[in-house]
Design a protein around this ligand. Structure first.
Ligand code: DUC
Ligand code: ZN
Ligand code: ZN
Length: 464
């Protein structure tokens, strides 16, 4: 057989085991994993590791963020940054603007992405209302059309749903086989603590962390799991930051519940002390849940190693630092309450986990593939087309140089933000090629070619 493209001589982390092999690609699909393959285009991958293209199932792009505030990435810069960080698919969230229905929001969001994406994309929905049109018409129709996952919030005044509303959304998920994702933090408790902090003048960026302490997240997680148990649906707890919340998830699983969980790089590498940096610098680290103490890191690693965490995502939510439409929004220097929430990370997620996980021998290459690609595809209805190096799957492959060592530098990144929280963080193991459906979209850290990313309709989670 003569293939359109062949990736030669890499260590292939394939769905059925790791082998030194070639990968033959035809029509954008993996056609063979074998030795001595020949093809029209050949990538010499001697000394490199071939992993499934990263799937980052938790990113925010061009999301409405309040009056005067703007996200730093649109689909062009967000997917370019994703591709340069070794990703071939990302799943951003579609949030309706004020007065928009969910279906209108999806149509507008699709338009924003059209022709702009370097990676494939598919959208989760954010459900921030439970009016009859949303619940009775839009959600069922959108699930049918391949938007098979949605996020609900237990925090943020403008987004949070009541317990009853969450149950109503869960009932739709149950009827139509969709996956619910929950942002679990107790809004009332946060509001109480925030008001108290402001009264005594504790208003700098640092106070974002102590006003969202671990019990706020642990309690909401317990409640979300209980609601899912009542509704009889599986759920995914996103961006878990600490050991006690991890234990809640483990307890639920021991009771036989289908609870899936996600953690992110910030919870194994950053701390609340980063929020206490001089001047306004701490604003660069404001995200929710906040980074905790370094004592939580080994607990998150335990959760990764014992597979409590199914997926490792970035929660890329980029704002510019030196920008009144970003972290320096009106009122942000007067109170942490007004600092836009979120940090950029779609380009650094995979290198951080490769270095801290694989190189430091905390996880195997197989496990890395599972929590950065395969499990995302399975949980969100993209498997087996995406998420694994296997014959018949899309030829989404990232080639890694496992010994390339260099620090993370903002000047090397491709996102729209003007900083990275990991400036100077030393990493061993970098992606050097990102290949989407057989076409190279990144080489040696630089984006290549025109935006060939497609929108993906998704099916039902294969874990449901
Ligand atoms: N939740 C997210 O998932 N991302 C950014 C901000 C937030 O609260
Ligand atoms: Zn969230
Ligand atoms: Zn998020």
């Amino acid at each position: 057989m003569y293939y359109e493209s062949v990736i030669k001589n890499s260590m292939v982390v394939a769905a059925n085991g790791t082998v030194n092999s070639d990968i033959g690609i035809t029509n954008g699909k993996i056609a063979a994993i074998d030795s001595n393959l020949d093809g029209k285009h050949v990538v010499n991958a001697e000394g490199l590791v071939a992993l499934p293209g990263g799937i980052d199932s938790h990113v925010h792009i061009s999301q409405p963020s309040g009056p005067g505030v703007e996200m730093a990435d649109d689909f062009e810069t967000g997917t370019r940054s994703a591709a340069c960080g070794g990703n071939t698919t990302i799943l951003p969230f579609c949030l309706p603007e004020q007065g928009q229905t969910l279906r209108e929001a999806v149509a507008a969001y699709r338009k924003k992405a059209e022709g702009k994406c370097m990676t494939d994309v598919s959208f989760h929905l954010i459900v921030n209302d439970t009016d009859p049109v949303t619940i009775g018409q839009d959600l069922p129709a959108l699930i049918q059309a391949g938007y098979t996952s949605f996020k609900v919030f237990m925090t943020y005044a403008n987004l949070a749903l009541s317990d009853r509303q969450i149950l109503e959304v869960m009932a739709v998920a149950k009827e139509h086989n969709a996956m619910i994702m929950v942002h679990a933090e107790n809004e009332d408790a946060i509001e109480f603590l925030r008001d108290k902090a402001e009264l005594i003048g504790d208003t700098g960026p640092f106070y974002h962390a102590p006003t969202r302490p671990i019990p706020v997240e642990r309690e909401a997680t317990h409640r979300a799991i209980s609601l899912a148990e009542i509704a009889g649906v599986p759920l995914t707890i996103v961006h878990v930051s600490n050991g006690e919340t991890t234990e809640e998830i483990q307890r639920a699983r021991q009771r036989g519940l289908k609870v899936f969980a996600e953690t992110c790089p910030q919870y194994i590498t950053l701390t609340a002390e980063d929020l206490d940096r001089a001047g306004f610098e701490g604003a660069k680290y404001v995200c929710s849940p906040p980074p905790r103490s370094a004592q939580e890191w080994p607990k998150i690693w335990d959760g990764i190693q014992n597979k409590t965490f199914d997926i490792f995502s970035s929660d890329h939510c980029p704002f510019r630092f030196n920008d009144s439409a970003g972290k320096d929004a009106p009122g942000a220097r007067q109170s942490f309450r007004n600092i836009p929430n979120g940090i950029p990370g779609v380009e650094t997620r995979l290198p951080i986990l490769f270095s801290e996980g694989v190189v430091q021998k905390r996880i195997s290459l197989d496990h890395f593939a599972a929590i950065t690609a395969t499990n995302h595809a399975r949980l969100y209805g993209l498997y087996p087309r995406k998420g694994a190096i296997a014959v018949g799957a899309d030829a989404d492959v990232t080639l890694w140089d496992p010994s390339l060592t260099k620090p993370i530098r903002q000047s090397d990144l491709h996102h729209g933000s003007d900083y990275t929280p990991w400036e100077g963080f030393e990493v061993t193991g970098w992606p050097v090629y990102t290949i989407l459906r057989g076409i190279t979209i990144m080489k040696d850290g630089q984006p290549i070619g025109s935006p060939i990313g497609q929108h993906l309709e998704r099916g039902v989670a294969d874990v449901l």
